[in-house]
Design a protein around this ligand. Structure first.
Ligand code: KOT
Length: 816
């Protein structure tokens, strides 16, 4: 076991401050201290990292490469301290130096190389892979600008660039020795080589140099450190004076520009395909570099490329890295001169695909002209994959054109990436049981019929190390005191808490901790929003990306409804409630941005209205991200998981709240179904249309929200307030777009496509049950505690074990 040595750690901090900044401890800024502490910690991490890779080499292990456009890592310092089990030593040293660890952690900007659930899932998976001792690389892009920082100005979202590397990132290491060239554009020339084989040569292309940066992923207390490898682009060095003479000056400039822009920025779209050429460049860039490197690494130790699937698996995190399959084919065909059949067999045994959404606007469909111009050789290969696949369809369904229409990879001038991913992979998985069933029975029905053995479910999970041990230390300590610390690496153990669910003293302790966490959040809100909130009120929290299907609108419309009721009847029975929202909207998603403005406008009016006796407060948390997420989950009483049934593939915020003892109000969607199955219907507030009902309405052209509007006065009053200037007298038309979307169809969309009015009354009734339930403090405490106790299934450790068992077949490396 390589452990953090107290004496060395302390000396290193002092030494680094001198070396980097010419400062003594008492002169250094917190930012400088952060860097010195992070580097000192890295000393230990590096030792473990090297030892891990030595073991991997000796054992010649099989490795999974998790290919993802997004890794939403969040801050590393606190997490690394926890996973190194070094908290005690670090705190002792910092105490001796008069430094407060929490202050130092605040100095780290969240690396936010992801949008939301998909990117955070990748980060949780890396944590679990290391903790469980499985050999893995995360492969992604070193975006210069990550997810934008959100400012709320006058109630509107304003996007501010997130230059996360400004102060340098202490945990990364540049590895120029593993750089790879990635080629774009040009054309393909076929030549016949000396052995009489056809060879395909890409000519007149532009290329960039992909340079990897490695970030350590520390396992929990097991000496294992895996790698997140993110690629940066540098110009290939052709830009010298000679170029003027050669006439390729233009090309040299273009190559430089390409290198400059390719990793510039993360596309801030969640669940949405924008079809931008630069995005496809990003995809091919990191995929090509990762696959080239994985193949070279394999060939350093093995002599037969045909056994690649025994040692390598590429997991595609949604369709974004799907060019991986064609890139691997290219390498096998063009560089290793395998036959098509040989190359295809290897590719098909090496690639596996995870589907994360059925939202049609998220489906990647690249125009063929763009795709073939940018990736001419890759396109040829896709064409051939498609040609052979269409032959298979025809053989299986003679004369059935509709099968080709639905399943072909190339169709009507587009490359359909999901179809390519399914055809090229040996495994296709959804991310929650309901989602996988919808894939099999609806969205991907034809593929399921053709390849039933490929389909499987892997219900998502989250890491309890970050979202309980780090994010909620009071509760983590209490749990450990009650049942021991096994839960940290084996979350199902937390079920032992069930034994305390009838014990009044334990219940009081549990709720006391919740209260402390509510105070911590109230302090944050006071500092950031200048709003005083009642820590005895119900903290009702919805934090996630802003998307219409997630229905933040349903939530705020209900708040407006409650406010109307209270105004009319100030003495009505009403338990004080604090509605907390946090959400970023994609920069170009106008309706989502209107909803943010609506939430803020409603808050501005209600929070100032003394006539309702502070019974409702509405808070919008600016710049929701991993770090303030940890505070929010810990402080929640109620977890809002209210997506239109069938739309949320899984959700993972739902699990983070549950782990921290919040009770779900939600629809039977995504992983909510499995959450309720674990905790029991009596310990959640479920409402709304089922996914079957939603799907049925959709098949039959939607429903008519006008009936509801005209017949339900409470709803009508709320909707009318969107267009009569009730919340924004100076701009009465501000929310007309929202009003219209709820009541009228336009050329593209049906009226109320997310069934907000349809579900309004059942939501309202469920919220009433929440309010009533909260009055019985002991009953509530029991439910809350049971949510924590029953969340064992939702650890990403369980999810990873299932991926390993069913898909990756990795060998577990035992701690040394
Ligand atoms: C799609 C396109 C671009 C960027 C992100 C997506 C995306 C995100 N697709 N699905 N997701 C979410 O993935 C999470 C992890 O599996 C799920 O929990 C969540 O329900 C998806 O919406």
């Amino acid at each position: 076991m390589i452990e953090l040595n107290k004496k060395e750690f302390k000396e290193n901090i002092i030494e680094y401050l001198k070396l980097f900044y010419r400062k003594n401890i008492d002169e250094a800024t917190n930012q400088q201290l952060f860097h010195a502490i992070a580097y000192s910690l890295k000393n230990t991490i590096i030792e473990q990292w090297m030892a891990t890779h030595k073991t991997y080499e000796e054992k010649d292990v099989k490795t999974v490469y998790y290919l993802s456009m997004e890794f939403l890592m969040g801050r590393a310092l606190g997490n690394n301290i926890i996973n190194l089990k070094a908290e005690k030593v670090v705190r002792e040293v910092l105490d001796e130096l008069g430094i407060d660890l929490e202050d130092i952690e605040e100095e780290e900007t969240d690396p936010a190389l992801g949008n939301g659930g998909l990117g955070r899932l990748a980060a949780c998976f890396l944590d679990s892979l290391s903790t469980l001792g499985y050999p893995a690389y995360g492969c992604g892009i070193r975006y210069k600008y990550g997810m934008f920082k959100q400012k709320i100005i006058d109630g509107y979202q304003v996007e501010v660039p997130d230059y996360w590397l400004e102060e340098g990132y202490p945990f990364e290491i540049k590895r120029p020795e593993y750089a790879k060239e990635v080629k774009f554009g040009g054309y393909v020339r076929m030549i016949r080589d000396e052995q009489g084989r056809d060879r395909f040569i890409q000519e007149n292309y532009q290329s960039v140099k992909a340079v990897p940066y490695d970030i350590p992923i520390v396992g929990y207390g097991n000496n294992i450190v895996n790698t997140l490898r993110i690629w940066d682009a540098e110009a290939i060095n052709t830009f010298n004076l000679e170029s003027f003479d050669k006439g390729d000056y233009q090309k040299a400039v273009e190559q430089e520009n390409l290198a400059r822009i390719i990793c510039e920025v993360l596309y801030p779209n969640d669940n949405h395909y924008a079809g931008k050429e630069l995005r496809l460049k990003q995809q091919y860039f990191f995929v090509s570099a990762s696959i080239q490197r994985a193949v070279s690494k394999y060939m350093e130790k093995h002599n037969n490329i045909k056994n690649l699937p025994e040692k390598v698996c590429f997991q595609l995190n949604d369709t974004h890295p799907t060019v991986a399959a064609a890139e691997l084919m290219r390498i096998l065909l063009d560089e290793y001169c395998l036959s098509w059949e040989e190359a295809w067999e290897i590719t098909n045994k090496t690639c596996a695909y995870t589907n994360h959404t059925i939202m049609s606007e998220a489906l990647e469909k690249w125009p063929i002209d763009l795709f073939s111009r940018l990736l001419p050789r890759i396109y040829q290969i896709v064409e051939e994959i498609n040609r052979r696949f269409v032959m298979d369809i025809k053989k299986r369904y003679p004369g059935n054109e509709s099968k080709i229409e639905k399943m072909a990879i190339l169709y009507q001038g587009q490359v359909r990436m999901a179809n390519l991913a399914i055809v090229a992979s040996f495994s296709v998985n959804g991310v929650a049981r309901l989602h996988t069933e919808i894939l099999k029975n609806q969205e991907l029905k034809d593929f399921y019929e053709m390849y039933p053995e490929r389909f499987n479910n892997k219900t998502n999970g989250i890491t309890q190390r970050r979202f309980l041990l780090h994010g909620n230390p009071l509760l983590a300590d209490w749990v450990t005191k009650k049942i021991g610390d096994q839960w940290i690496v084996n979350l199902p153990h937390i079920d032992k808490l069930t034994a305390f669910s009838e014990d009044p003293i334990s219940l009081r302790e549990f709720m006391d901790i919740k209260y402390h966490n509510k105070k911590r959040l109230a302090k944050y809100i006071k500092e950031h929003n200048q709003i005083d909130i009642d820590t005895n009120s119900i903290f009702d929290i919805q934090v996630k990306r802003l998307h219409e299907y997630k229905r933040q609108l349903l939530n705020i419309l209900h708040v407006m409804y409650l406010y109307n009721q209270l105004k009319k009847n100030p003495n009505m029975e009403f338990y004080p409630r604090t509605f907390i929202f946090g959400a970023k909207a994609s920069a170009g998603y106008e309706r989502a941005k209107s909803i943010i403005k609506l939430i803020n406008s409603v808050g501005a009016v209600i929070n100032e209205d003394t006539s309702i006796g502070n019974k409702i407060k509405v808070v919008f948390i600016e710049n929701y991200r991993v770090s303030n997420g940890e505070l929010l989950f810990a402080a929640a009483d109620v977890s809002e998981q209210i997506s239109t049934a069938s739309k949320e593939a899984s959700g993972t915020g739902n699990m983070k709240f549950m782990l921290n003892g919040a009770i779900t109000i939600g629809t039977m969607d995504g992983a909510n179904v499995e959450i309720v199955e674990e905790v029991g219907l009596e310990n959640a507030f479920i409402f709304g249309l089922s996914s079957d009902e939603v799907i049925n309405y959709e098949k039959n052209g939607g429903y008519n929200p006008q009936d509801i509007y005209h017949n339900d006065l409470g709803i009508k009053e709320v909707l009318d307030q969107l267009i009569n200037g009730f919340y924004t007298p100076e701009k009465p038309n501000l929310f007309k777009n929202i009003y219209d979307s709820l009541l009228y169809s336009n050329g593209y969309e049906k009226a109320d496509p997310y069934f907000i009015l349809k579900d309004f009354r059942t939501y309202e009734a469920a919220q009433k049950r929440v309010a009533e339930a909260y009055l019985d403090k002991e009953r509530w405490a029991k439910s809350a505690l049971l949510n924590t106790a029953k969340c064992g299934k939702f650890s990403s450790d369980r999810t990873i074990e299932e991926y390993v068992q069913d898909i990756w077949h990795l060998e577990k490396i035992e701690p040394k």
